[in-house]
Design a protein around this ligand. Structure first.
Ligand code: UD1
Length: 422
């Protein structure tokens, strides 16, 4: 199993190109199931989660070809061989549940394994199920699988989500494109990945309004065509690398970065004393003098502060001047990085969904364990700012969401290498 060794160093300088968004690609790929014509995605990130989605689509009979070193995903769902998404693949990644809406819309039935446990919380699927039921689907849980059918096809409906779930919004929007009549989804999630999905579906001939707001209206059509679509920039990768110069000092330009993708996050960086500037090619982040200031953070659905940047922000706060309070409101168990950061000398107290972090002058390198995707990168950021060597174990989590992380960080002057522990 690979480990990553990070040796703390001084200011970072240079440029990092930001990849296409993992979470956008994971919902754009299943959209191929809605059409018999080819869908091509450009600017796809090269990640193990994308390989898992490829495997899942192929298991359903879709053809998926990766080109240009994985940056282009050419897909065709002309013939589907089954509507059953097997546990063996679904258990690897929760986003596998995004085939449910498209399969149900196109084939009028689907059997999708429940994703099962997940390190950052229970993550049930009740919101997906109730919304699809409102559209006429009959869904029952049998043998660990959701057995869904919509005899005669899905029907448009007016439905309000109890919580603005990203995945449920994506499943409903995709399903509604081929439903009979109009669907109005209220309290819809507003994340940029949903906006990107809608842009792609529109190119495929879908009739959708209101993306990026809390009410999305979808007028069902008989069929969708193929399309070519570039995947939107990954705002979480962007935010993560913005934190590298914030925590180490220096000045780094994030190529392809956009303020509108990370507005709430930038406000917190500003309050902490980190400067963010728009350039012709992206965003430039700089921290010149002294320590950052402590700031409080509450995670919320977009446009609020993203839960997927909470662990990384905590790493920064571990070195800040003062005490900050980080409140996690999206997932119930998402502070597993805290005890690992404490092994590096961080002062953190966790009570339920709240972590209180008292900044220390210097973190100290230590062997630590990556527990999930964003936790693992927070440990790398902490390692960059620590004295001595930090060994991050179980980095397979990292490869799910960050492409060529060592290379990107080395290019801005970080001392980081991957070793094979065997
Ligand atoms: C997506 C992102 C993930 C991000 C999360 C929140 C992808 C592939 N993943 O996950 O990186 O952290 O949004 O921004 O895009 N919930 C229910 N019932 C449901 C569905 C969700 O109770 O049916 C709860 C979850 O347990 C969780 C919260 O709602 O506490 C948010 O989940 P959701 O927005 O659905 O996240 P995902 O789509 O799984």
């Amino acid at each position: 199993m690979d480990s990553i060794i990070v040796t703390g160093n001084g200011p970072l300088k240079g440029q990092i190109p930001i990849a296409g968004a993992k979470n956008a690609c994971l919902t754009l790929m299943p959209a191929t199931l809605l059409s018999e014509e080819p869908l091509t995605l450009t600017n796809a990130p090269r990640l193990s989660d994308i390989k898992t989605m490829t495997e899942l689509l192929q298991s359903l009979g879709a053809e998926v070809t990766s080109m240009q070193d994985g940056q282009v995903q050419a897909m065709s769902s002309h013939n589907l061989s089954t509507t059953r998404a097997e546990y063996d693949i679904v258990r690897k990644m929760r986003a596998s549940n995004l085939v449910l809406g498209p399969l149900l819309a196109r084939e009028h039935h689907a059997e999708v394994s429940l994703p099962g446990g997940c390190a950052i919380g229970a993550r049930p699927m009740d919101l997906h199920i109730t919304a699809l039921e409102a559209m006429g689907a009959e869904i029952e849980l049998k043998d660990g699988y959701l057995h869904a059918k919509a005899p005669g096809g899905l029907k448009g409906a007016v439905h309000e989500l109890r919580f603005a779930s990203v995945g449920a919004t994506e499943n409903v929007v995709m399903a509604a494109t081929l439903a009979k009549g109009t669907t109005v989804l209220k309290n819809a999630a507003r994340e940029p990945e949903i906006v990107d999905l809608v842009h792609c579906l529109r190119k495929m001939g879908a009739q959708i309004d209101g993306e990026g707001t809390s009410t999305i209206t979808i007028q069902g059509v008989d069929r969708l065509s193929g399309a070519t679509h570039p995947v939107v920039t990954d705002r979480i990768e962007l935010g993560t690398y913005m934190l590298a110069p914030a925590i180490c000092g220096g000045e780094v330009e994030l190529l392809g970065g956009r303020i509108d993708l990370v507005g709430a996050f930038c406000e917190k960086l500003d309050a902490a004393g980190v400067s963010v500037e728009e350039t012709d090619s992206g965003l430039k982040v700089a921290r010149k003098n002294g320590r950052v200031r402590a700031v409080d953070v509450v995670t919320e659905p977009f446009p609020g502060f993203p839960t997927d940047l909470q662990a990384q922000m905590m790493a920064l706060m571990c070195t800040a001047e003062g005490t900050s309070v980080l409140e996690e409101r999206i997932f119930e168990n998402r502070f597993m990085h805290a005890p690992e950061l404490m092994r590096m000398g961080a002062e953190i107290e966790v009570h339920g969904g709240t972590a209180t972090v008292t900044g220390v002058e210097k973190l100290k390198g230590a062997p630590v364990m990556a527990t999930d995707l964003r936790a693992s990168v927070s440990l790398i950021l902490a390692g960059l700012a620590a004295e001595g060597e930090t060994i991050v174990n179980r980095v397979y989590h990292l490869d799910r969401g960050y492409e060529r992380v060592e290379e990107k960080l080395r290019n801005i002057g970080a001392r980081i290498e991957r070793v094979n522990a065997e």
